[in-house]
Design a protein around this ligand. Structure first.
Ligand SMILES: Nc1ncnc2c1ncn2[C@@H]1O[C@H](COP(=O)(O)OP(=O)(O)OP(=O)(O)O)[C@@H](O)[C@H]1O
Ligand SMILES: [Mg+2]
Length: 491
């Protein structure tokens, strides 16, 4: 009896699940037919959202619609949806395809969006437009609030999973690409964050709060009649973390980065065009500004550059922008034209020095996971003698020896000692007047020191030789882990 009851329940369950599945497919089909008939019977209105406005600048609403549609669950039911690998491992993002139609419902009204892409022969560029199809009787009722809803929902998505982009002007302006957007873009994958940058902790806090207060100051800037932008100058020797800091700033603000290579900009108007093609919420970066200006390796004039820095141009391509310039040294620039760095043009100057004991400790914690060690005291003492190396060199040494913190710290000590000795030799040479600073003697002596922050190059070679010795010695004791650090050295 019990057996029959059990059998009956299993069969009953099986039949009901089948029936349910059948019904849902049926319901889905019926709904589809109903919508098809309704689409043909009702009066509709088509509204366009073009990618570019009448001045050929980005229509912000187009991007919002794009983000919104990609976030809809109905995109999964729509044919031709693109499946693209996401930021996280094994994750997939759904993206609307050219000429794909996605259906949405809002306040009981059913609307559809079509991603229309047309190829324009004359200009050789494609024209992209989103077409919104809405029933005339629903339009008046829902349109305003539907647009607000799209803005809110897309901003929500953007802030949740914004994938930062790095834009670069990799091509020079030619007749062929005159009408094209010359920014090419890749994902910004730089791993640096504000936390991983070794810098004075008070300074870090100040910069962080400056950036955060900038984000909240839209109304304030607009009330003052100023462009909502802020300019930073990062200066210091090579390998002190300027570029890493830019990536960290971008992540903190969730801004895309536009890196302008001035050597690819042909004139002031080209610079203007590139700027007009940048989006809001972006970081506009000019690296090594001093090199471009002093070596005159750009055809952009100082006036063109000053206009750009003042944000006259940026005011007509949307605001909420941060401009960041990097330099090895401010002195040369101040000699050429001190107004380049005047207050208002550059709002914040941040110096990136070579390593001190505090930045060493941050790097030791980041690279070796060390908060304290018996050799820290010795490292501190060497820093007190004035010896230093760049954070880039310091972190390289630590990463190469990460299998053995003891060996890493000993290598750091050796590097600092060699640097100290080299500095003593240099100052002795200066005293003895062996070097003259004309061009011919520079080539002769360039093995001894290279100007402008590269004075550690020969020293580094010596250090590298030394690492080899240290590693060979320690390999006998350490065994298998040394193989690991050996392969690091090759890379
Ligand atoms: N202050 C720092 N904190 C943490 N890491 C640093 C720091 N400075 C340099 N590094 C490390 O050194 C490497 C080189 O740094 P980065 O490219 O940011 O230096 P830079 O100042 O931009 O040099 P350059 O003037 O030559 O362009 C980075 O990969 C980073 O890991
Ligand atoms: Mg750099």
């Amino acid at each position: 009896m019990v057996f029959f009851l059990l059998l009956f329940s299993i069969v009953f369950l099986f039949v009901s699940v089948r029936l349910f599945l059948y019904r849902t497919v049926l319901v889905h089909r019926l709904k589809k037919w109903g919508n098809w008939i309704e689409d043909r019977v009702c009066d509709h209105q088509l509204l366009k959202v073009p990618e570019l406005d009448e001045n050929n600048q980005e229509n912000m609403f187009y991007r919002k619609v794009y983000t919104y549609l990609n976030s809809l669950s109905t995109i999964e039911d729509s044919d031709n949806t693109n499946l693209i690998s996401g930021k996280k491992l094994n994750s997939i993002i759904l993206c609307v395809d050219d000429d794909q139609t996605v259906v949405d419902t809002f306040l009981g009204a059913r609307v559809s969006w079509t991603n229309r892409v047309e190829w324009i022969e004359e200009t050789n560029v494609s024209k992209k437009t989103f077409l919104l199809k809405v029933k005339k009787r629903d339009k008046r009722r829902i349109l305003q609030s539907y647009i607000q809803h799209i803005y809110r929902a897309s901003e929500d998505v953007e802030s949740r999973c914004k994938e930062l982009k790095l834009y670069m002007n990799t091509t020079t302006l030619t007749d062929d690409n005159r009408s094209k957007n010359r920014w090419s873009c890749v994902r910004l994958t730089h791993p640096a964050t504000i936390e991983t940058i070794a810098m004075d902790s008070d300074l870090k806090k100040k910069v962080k709060s400056d950036l955060e207060s900038f984000l909240k100051s839209k109304q304030y800037y607009h009330r003052l009649g100023r462009v909502w932008k802020r300019s930073y100058l990062l200066y210091g020797p090579s390998g002190t973390g300027k570029s890493s800091f830019i990536a960290a700033m971008a992540k903190l603000l969730s801004y895309d980065v536009y890196e302008i290579d001035l050597s690819k900009v042909v004139d002031d108007s080209d610079l203007k065009t590139l700027l007009l093609r940048t989006k809001t919420k972006s970081l506009i970066v000019v690296e090594d500004l001093d090199r471009f200006i002093t070596s005159k390796s750009t055809t952009v004039t100082i006036t063109g550059l000053l206009n750009f820095m003042d944000g006259i141009i940026t005011s007509c391509c949307g605001d909420e922008k941060l401009m960041v310039f990097t330099m090895n040294s401010k002195e040369q620039i101040e000699k050429i034209d001190s107004s380049i760095l005047r207050p208002g043009r550059i709002d914040v100057h941040i110096h990136f020095p070579l390593c001190n004991f505090n930045s060493f400790k941050t790097l030791a914690s980041n690279c070796l996971g060390l908060k304290d060690h018996k050799l820290f005291h010795q490292v501190e003492e060497i820093f007190h003698t004035g010896s230093t190396i760049s954070p880039a060199e310091m972190s390289e040494i630590m990463i190469a020896n990460r299998g053995s913190p003891n060996r890493a710290l000993k290598s750091v000590i050796t590097a600092l000692q060699i640097n100290g000795d080299a500095r003593k030799t240099v100052s002795r040479l200066h005293h003895d007047d062996v070097l003259t600073m004309d061009d011919s003697s520079m080539t002769e002596t360039s093995n001894v020191f290279v100007m402008d922050g590269n004075c550690n190059v020969p020293v580094v070679k010596e250090i590298q030789k030394l690492y080899g010795l240290i590693r060979m010695k320690s390999s006998k004791k350490i065994g298998p882990s040394d193989q690991f650090s050996g392969s690091m050295e090759r890379s």
